[in-house]
Design a protein around this ligand. Structure first.
Ligand code: GRF
Length: 210
């Protein structure tokens, strides 16, 4: 079972932060009931930090280059999150693999968004991979994070048709629009205690079941 306690959300990012902006807006207008209480970036000048500044959300930079192992870095990140009372971690363009230690520290409490219909096209450049394979439909996925790259039980997915003249830029932009809808939806379900893991798969509880 997941999500039964009131959550405090922490967001990890490395770049632009448009998904952070979408989550902040959902938290502001009440679509997501839990507060965004900390943003952590591994990149000091990540543009995404501006969204935290504008929304007056505490943020910290934890530079991965100051740690010699993945786990050492992740322990520093966890320390920052735990000091802020974070119970639920959202990855939003966080360009680092998580150590098993970190994943176990927040069991079934880490969400990620990926710009493909997983398990198709994990890893970098998912939209480019989709175009190369000539798929007619791709999309985006919000999932719980396990020890493997872009893996873990799938919470929600949204399909995006590939158009004849799409290039990586146009396809990415149309998927991103859907990401900004899907991530708040999935987070909202989680915060309402409607996300349940059964045999490595997600069961979405109805409102009556929760
Ligand atoms: C998004 O496409 C997300 O799916 C992927 O990284 C990108 C981050 O974009 N994991 P942004 O930083 O949220 O704008």
């Amino acid at each position: 079972m997941t999500g039964q306690d009131p959550q405090r959300i922490g967001v990890l990012l490395s770049g632009r932060g448009s998904n952070l902006a979408a989550l902040l807006s959902a938290s502001r207008d009440g679509r997501v009931s839990a507060p965004m209480a900390m943003v952590v970036s591994n990149i000091a000048d990540a543009p995404g930090l501006d969204h935290a500044r504008q929304a007056d959300i505490p943020f910290q930079v934890v530079d991965h280059r100051r740690s010699s192992t993945r786990e050492e870095h992740d322990r520093k990140v966890a320390e920052v999150l735990e000091a802020a009372g974070i119970t639920l971690v959202c990855l939003a363009g966080y360009m680092r693999l998580l150590s098993p230690w970190f994943v176990q520290r927040f069991p079934q409490r880490i969400l990620n968004i990926h710009p493909s219909l997983l398990p198709a096209f994990p890893g970098l450049h998912a939209q480019r991979q989709a175009l190369r394979h000539g798929v007619k439909i791709t999309g985006c996925t919000v999932h719980l994070v396990d020890e493997h790259l872009d893996a873990g039980p799938i919470i929600l997915q949204k399909a995006v048709p590939v158009q004849e003249h799409d290039d990586e830029r146009t396809l990415s932009a149309r998927i991103l629009e859907q990401e900004h809808i899907l991530y708040p939806e999935a987070l909202s379900l989680f915060c309402q205690n409607r996300v349940e893991v059964k045999n490595q798969r997600i069961h979405l509880r109805s409102k009556q079941e929760k």
